[in-house]
Design a protein around this ligand. Sequence first.
Ligand SMILES: *Cc1c(COP(=O)(O)O)cnc(C)c1O
Length: 472
Amino acid sequence: MTFLQEVVDILLAYIMESFDRSTKVIDFHYPNELLQRNNWELSDEPETLDDILISCRATLKYAIKTAHPRYFNQLSTGLDMVGLAADWLTSTANTNMFTYEVAPVFVLLEYVTLKKMREIIGWEDGRGDGIFSPGGAISNMYAMLLARYKMFPEVKEKGMSSVPKLVAFTSEHSHFSIKKGAAALGIGTESVICIKADERGKLIPSDLERRIVEAKQKGYVPFFVSATAGTTVYGAFDPLIAISDICKKYNIWMHVDGAWGGSLLMSRKHRWKLNGVERANSMTWNPHKMMAVPLQCSALLVREEGLMQSCNQMQACYLFQQDKQYDLSYDTGDKALQCGRHVDIFKLWLMWRAKGTIGFEAQIDKCLELSEYLYNKIKDRDGYQMQHTNVCFWYLPPGVRYLEDKVERMKRLHKVAPTIKARMMEYGTTMVSYQPQGDKVNFFRMVISNPAATFEDIDFLIEEIERLGQDL
Ligand SMILES: *Cc1c(COP(=O)(O)O)cnc(C)c1O
């Protein structure tokens, strides 16, 4: 008990520090140096609990403070106190989601929450199916697996040699997990056809239809379209209604990858961006991104009931005995690809209880308001050029801004974001992501999901970029 009390003290101190703007986001060291800063090696002999406390402190000392109001590096940021408490409770309960008998409460909470999420999508009476998975990439793969099974149920027993050549479609701006899923499922990355996006990053429906027709003419079987609601880089929303019309016409499974943007369904102000989502066969929605539920928490929602069960079940008789005395539909584990499954539901459920739907709505609206504030601030400011809604932008330092030679200018601009980012990490003052895209050189990608961020933090970010980049 004394040991645990001390651990809790360390954690509470870390939390206090994380929210303090005067502390660093990260105490960054390059890997070789970090390896030498502490003894990380494992030994044959046990250590004392005092040593263990020292290890805990050292680990947190060099960790990234993802709760820090100036941490913008990923789509998952922030630390919600109720979510954290729920995570602690989950670890303390230390159980497995696979059967009702070992997780009675958590299984029911998953049932209740998935139903609520399906109601929010707009499926009648919240009917349908779903599961919490280890992340959006896995949720997307589940969707592809279900789509294939729906069209060719024999694939479960006979494998890929029993089905014709399948092709899937998604936009060129979609998340890489669609291709990864195709690789893992034996469909192959070349069978994922990337559809053109317009200059705002939205899939072009006419190009989708053209490519479907073209694939059919070649004798391929289109089985899966993944539309993205909130692309990872630009934050673009594909036109779901037009896409669903095409899917219906050609009888193709429509999936919506709302890992990033799905949470907007909880906002009355912004949910129109997902108009048509209720027509989808499945949807990925990651509460661990815009809703700031502690990692990890991702749901796959499926319109058709029972499909996940028949697609994935193996009825292992040591676990899913068919003669148990309770309703076996609560043994949700056989729907999953995993055997054991982590309890991710409690964090979301408890936060939802604490905030209510309107609390999540307010939190999401605030993130979008901050993005808009950033957009408006840099739109007319010297040295910035805008990309799109996730607020992707270039900062052109004075030395680059006035360069006449276009090729040289692009070459130099390409190095600006990585240089500023490296300096940011060394100073540890803030963190934001960057990347190139297509023919566009490295730009900053600013995403806001951190409930602790304020207008002042946005101002700080802009000034920090200028401070760190002025000599470039
Ligand atoms: C983040 C993201 C994913 C992957 O989600 P993980 O939880 O990181 O596996 C998939 N699709 C989109 C659009 C994303 O933004």
